[in-house]
Design a binder for this molecule. Structure first.
Ligand SMILES: Nc1ncnc2c1ncn2[C@@H]1O[C@H](COP(=O)(O)OP(=O)(O)OP(=O)(O)O)[C@@H](O)[C@H]1O
Ligand SMILES: [Mg+2]
Length: 233
C-alpha cells in the first residue's frame, strides 16, 4: 500500500506546491518510485500549472462532484510520475468529505501519493489532513512565518497524524535568519530539510518542469533529493 503524505502550511506562498512537484519528481526519477501528486488547494489550485497540465476537463473537482471517476482524472507527467489537477476558478461548493475515500482507492497503484494542500486552517486543509497517513509542514525561516506555523502544528496534533518534520524553504543562509535551534525550539518539531532560495525556480515554473529535473546539479536539487530519500526510510 502506498504512503499518503500531505504537504501543509498555514501561510500561503511558502512553497507547498514547489515541494510537492519536486519531491514527487525526485521520488519518481531518482528513487524509481511510482508517484501521484494531487492538488487539494481546491479554491486556489496551481499544481497543474507547475506541471503543464491546465485547462483539462477532468479534475479533482469533477471527481468530488461525482462527474468522473478518480482514475479518469489522472494525467501522466511521465511513466512513474502522475498527477491529479484541480479546476482553476471553481466557484461552487465541493464536498471535501469524500476526498479521503476517493483517494484511498489509489493507494494500491502508487508507492507515494503527495497531497498539495491549501494554506490556512479551513475545511480544505482538513481534507488533506484527514486523507493523509503522514504530514510534512512547510515554512520559511522568518519569525512571523515560523510563529504562525506553531498554530498549524498545534491544530494538526489534534488529528493524531504523524508529522514527518518541518521543511524550511527559501532559506537564504543569512545571519539574520532563524537557526535550526530557534525554529525547532519555537515550533517543537524537528527540521528535516533546509531548502535554499534559488532564483532559477522562476525558470522551472515558466518551463512547467520541476526544478530537480531542469537543474539536477543545483544545490537545491540535492536538497530535494535528500528530502525525498528521508521519506523513503
Ligand atoms: N526554494 C525556492 N527558491 C526560490 N523560489 C521559490 C522556492 N520555493 C518556492 N519558490 C517560489 O515561491 C512562489 C510560491 O511557491 P509555491 O507556489 O510553491 O507556494 P505555495 O505554498 O504552494 O503557495 P500557495 O499557498 O499560494 O499555494 C513561487 O513563485 C515559487 O516559484
Ligand atoms: Mg500552492
Amino acid at each position: 500500500m502506498g504512503k499518503v503524505i500531505g504537504i501543509i502550511s498555514v501561510k500561503g506562498g511558502v512553497g507547498k506546491t514547489s515541494c510537492t512537484s519536486n519531491i514527487g519528481a525526485s521520488l519518481a526519477k531518482d528513487y524509481n518510485q511510482k508517484v501521484l501528486v494531487v492538488d487539494a488547494n481546491f479554491s486556489a489550485p496551481n499544481l497543474g500549472l507547475h506541471l503543464g497540465v491546465a485547462d483539462v476537463d477532468k479534475t479533482i473537482h469533477e471527481v468530488l462532484k461525482g462527474k468522473c471517476s478518480i482514475l479518469e482524472s489522472i494525467y501522466e507527467y511521465d511513466d512513474q510520475f502522475h498527477l491529479i489537477p484541480a479546476r482553476l476558478n471553481y466557484r461552487r461548493r465541493v464536498d471535501y468529505k469524500k476526498f479521503k475515500s476517493k483517494l484511498g482507492r489509489l493507494k494500491k497503484k502508487y508507492d507515494y501519493i503527495l497531497i498539495d494542500s491549501s494554506p490556512s486552517l479551513n475545511s480544505e486543509i482538513k481534507a488533506t489532513i484527514e486523507a493523509s497517513d503522514y504530514l510534512l509542514v512547510v515554512t520559511s525561516g522568518d519569525y512571523p512565518t515560523v510563529a504562525t506555523t506553531v498554530g498549524t502544528v498545534n491544530e494538526v496534533v489534534s488529528y493524531k497524524k504523524p508529522i514527518l518534520g518541518l521543511v524550511v524553504n527559501k532559506y537564504k543562509r543569512k545571519k539574520f535568519e532563524l537557526s535550526r535551534e530557534d525554529i525547532e525550539g519555537t515550533v517543537g518539531i524537528p527540521v528535516i530539510s533546509f531548502l535554499q532560495e534559488n532564483r532559477r525556480m522562476g525558470k522551472s515554473l515558466a518551463q512547467t518542469t520541476p526544478f530537480v529535473l531542469l537543474f539536477p546539479r543545483a544545490r537545491l536539487s540535492k536538497q530535494f533529493r535528500k528530502l525525498a530519500s528521508l521519506l523513503i526510510e
